[in-house]
Design a protein around this ligand. Structure first.
Ligand code: CO
Length: 144
């Protein structure tokens, strides 16, 4: 039985620089920065801003080979991906794959949150890049 995703963990927003993103999301919209994360292997500098139970993650390029550079060149920034939090990423991605979604990579990797993540190609998701993130089950309810 496939479990429903628990919530939207975060929205990834591509920005040309963190300064540009923070001027909007922190200064203009009033969110607070919880932390900054650098992922040199992906060419990303990230600012994490909680909004209730969901985070806004501002993704800015770091270095010359950023994985968001092509997106920025094409669109100038904006909503980059939607991250669904699931209890079992292997099960959730296998279920999606069985329904025609194209998974990126061979297996989950460790994302900016320090937890297993995996993406589905936007060509297979009606245009929205989807990320799954696995978190341990919460202790407020029984698992199926
Ligand atoms: Co993400």
């Amino acid at each position: 039985m496939t479990q429903e995703p628990k919530r939207i963990n975060h929205l990834g927003i591509a920005v040309k620089s963190l300064e540009e993103g923070l001027a909007v999301w922190r200064d203009g919209l009033g969110l607070k920065v919880a932390k900054y994360v650098e992922m040199p292997e992906k060419g990303l500098k990230i600012a994490v801003l909680p909004c209730g139970e969901t985070m806004i993650e501002l993704l800015a390029p770091l270095g010359d080979n950023s994985e968001i550079q092509a997106f920025l060149d094409k669109r100038g920034g904006g909503l980059h991906h939607v991250c669904l939090e699931v209890a079992d990423i292997v099960q959730a991605t296998a279920h999606a794959s069985a329904h025609g979604l194209a998974l990126l990579g061979q297996a989950p990797t460790i994302g900016a949150e320090g937890l297993p993540v995996r993406f589905a190609h936007p060509k297979s998701t009606a245009g929205a890049l989807v990320e799954w993130l696995e978190t341990a089950p919460r202790d407020d309810g029984a698992r199926d």
